[in-house]
Write a protein that binds this ligand. Structure first.
Ligand SMILES: NC(=O)c1ccc[n+]([C@@H]2O[C@H](COP(=O)([O-])OP(=O)(O)OC[C@H]3O[C@@H](n4cnc5c(N)ncnc54)[C@H](O)[C@@H]3O)[C@@H](O)[C@H]2O)c1
Ligand SMILES: O=C(O)C1=N[C@H](C(=O)O)CCC1
Length: 253
């Protein structure tokens, strides 16, 4: 074992055989200051993570699995970086409840670890107050289990909060006859349309409109490697941030 390995942070990956998990294993393996000590997937025993002495766990599993995994991490004093989607306000409150009993443990949950995607969400939140209309179109690969995406849901919530702060009412929409779903999902009053097509990875457009002009903010992840700088940043930072951090914004600043 080299001197560097002795001081490297010990990382476990959950969902290690999945699309994101495999990419995370490669990224951790290639980082001189991190050591991949456990790669766990469905059916494997989580105790392998404890036995390997993991200090940080990265979870890219499924919305059905992630809460049990996260609870296990908090109970075992292991910091967690979570990219898995499906986090409602209720789920976040539950995680905060677990963390209250383990004040030294840090958890970072981010709907999108792409730096460009984080900026796209920030730009959208900043623009929201100036436009009476807004809709989100997210586009992903067809093997994605959830719709709309976690990123689109998070963006819609940020926009809705900014609109409420600015005293904006509902966006104008005269639709009277609708084939179910034609106007997309309603997330806190913001319409979100989900496209699934082979060849796509992860893409999102936020379309704003007001009299005489529109503004489109678009982000594209063409490769899952785009998420890795954000994931590694969170892995390095999570132990210095006890409690729950939602989104990558605080870590970038
Ligand atoms: N935050 C981000 O930047 C970001 C980026 C891409 C994907 N995601 C999200 O990450 C999640 C995974 O995406 P993916 O494309 O890698 O999916 P995937 O289906 O390729 O991988 C999920 C893996 O988790 C495994 N798994 C299921 N239950 C498990 C359990 N209990 N313990 C351990 N492993 C388990 C599956 O067997 C599979 O290998 C999704 O929720 C997706 O939306 C987030
Ligand atoms: O490929 C996925 O699945 C992705 N999920 C996240 C989401 O739902 O927002 C992030 C982008 C990729």
């Amino acid at each position: 074992m080299t001197e560097q390995q002795k001081t490297a942070a010990r990382v476990g990956v959950l969902g290690a055989r999945g699309r994101m998990g495999m990419e995370v294993c490669k990224a951790v393996d290639s980082a001189a200051d991190l050591e991949l000590v456990a790669a766990v997937d469905q059916g494997d025993d989580l105790d392998a993570v404890a036995q390997a002495g993991a200090e940080v766990v990265v979870d890219f599993t499924t919305p059905d699995a992630v809460m049990d995994n996260l609870r296990w991490c908090v109970e075992h004093g292991v910091h967690a970086v979570v990219g898995t989607t499906g986090f409602t306000g209720q789920r976040l409150a539950e995680v905060r409840g677990w963390l209250a009993g383990r004040p030294g443990v840090g958890v970072v949950i981010a709907p999108n670890f792409g730096i460009g995607a984080v900026l796209m969400m920030q730009f959208a939140a900043r623009a929201a107050r100036y436009f009476e209309s807004v809709e989100i179109v997210e586009q992903h690969h067809p093997r994605k289990l959830d719709a709309p995406s976690g990123t689109a849901t998070h963006t819609a919530r940020l926009i809705a909060a900014a609109r409420a702060d600015a005293g904006l009412g509902p966006a104008p929409d005269a639709t009277r006859d609708e084939v179910a779903g034609a106007r997309g999902a309603d997330i806190d009053g913001v319409r979100v349309h989900a496209v699934r097509a082979t060849g796509l990875v992860a893409h999102q457009e936020v379309l704003f409109g007001t009299t005489g002009e529109t503004l489109t903010i678009r982000h594209d992840s063409y490769d899952r490697v785009s998420f890795m700088p954000g994931v590694l940043l969170a892995v390095r930072e999570v132990g210095r941030r006890p409690g729950l951090t939602v989104g990558l914004d605080a870590l970038l600043d």
